[in-house]
Design a protein around this ligand. Structure first.
Ligand SMILES: [Zn+2]
Length: 218
């Protein structure tokens, strides 16, 4: 039996590759072009999973699929192997934000944990955005201030162009010239985190953001 092994962002990446393939079929591209697109997509998908079994490799292999129906089936099958975001209790979340006394935790039972790379929610009354991510097998919470922006921009986490908020967080790294102050970092990220979780295809920047916030070398 194959256990769950695909992360949300990896699944988004695979879906993106499938969309590219379907698109090249629709454009009636030359068969050699389609084959090249498929081979490249397959190689990129395999690169995401350096330590998989033969069975998993066969499951991920999309090179023999041809029709939209076959690709939809492929995505459907893979969706059963999604690793859920770790289960958290309200208590655990509150512990991650010891300074936020009146923190409002989202309804955890309602979360679709298979579709989450990072957990985030906002508190409109305090203009705070909370972000939780598992870094080096440890769940970490970061509190940010946010400002909604009227102009669309590119999200640092998922690279989508759309409605974003400017978030800033005070890091644990002290400023070299002025050790009394902590360095703050700012980013544009999707205001709607479920939208962002649906688009994110890698955790490169998310990881950097967490390391920077913790004052760790990136
Ligand atoms: Zn985003």
């Amino acid at each position: 039996m194959i256990g769950k092994f695909i992360k949300n962002e990896q699944f988004n990446f695979i879906k993106k590759q499938v969309a590219l393939i379907k698109d090249s079929y629709k454009k009636n591209s030359d068969p050699t072009v389609i084959r090249a697109v498929k081979e490249l997509a397959n190689a990129k998908i395999m690169e995401l999973f350096p330590y998989i079994t033969q069975e998993q490799t066969e499951m991920l292999d999309l090179s023999k699929k041809k029709t939209d129906f076959e690709y939809d089936q492929y995505i459907q099958e893979l969706s059963q192997y999604l690793l859920p975001f770790p289960q958290l209790t309200e208590q655990q979340i509150k512990k991650m934000f010891p300074k936020a006394k009146k923190i409002k935790v989202p309804e955890l039972a309602k979360l679709n944990r298979e579709q989450i790379t990072y957990l985030s929610w906002t508190d409109i009354s305090t203009n705070k955005k909370y972000i939780i991510y598992e870094l080096n097998e440890k769940m970490i919470g970061i509190e940010c201030k946010y400002t909604l922006l009227s102009k669309d921009n590119v999200c640092s986490f998922c690279n989508r162009f759309g409605p974003v908020a400017f978030i800033s967080t005070v890091t644990k790294a002290k400023k070299a010239k002025n050790p009394d102050y902590y360095k703050a970092i700012g980013n544009y990220i999707c205001f709607d985190s479920s939208e962002c979780n649906g688009k994110i295809t890698n955790v490169d920047y998310l990881t950097t953001f967490f390391k920077e916030s913790l004052g760790e070398p990136c």
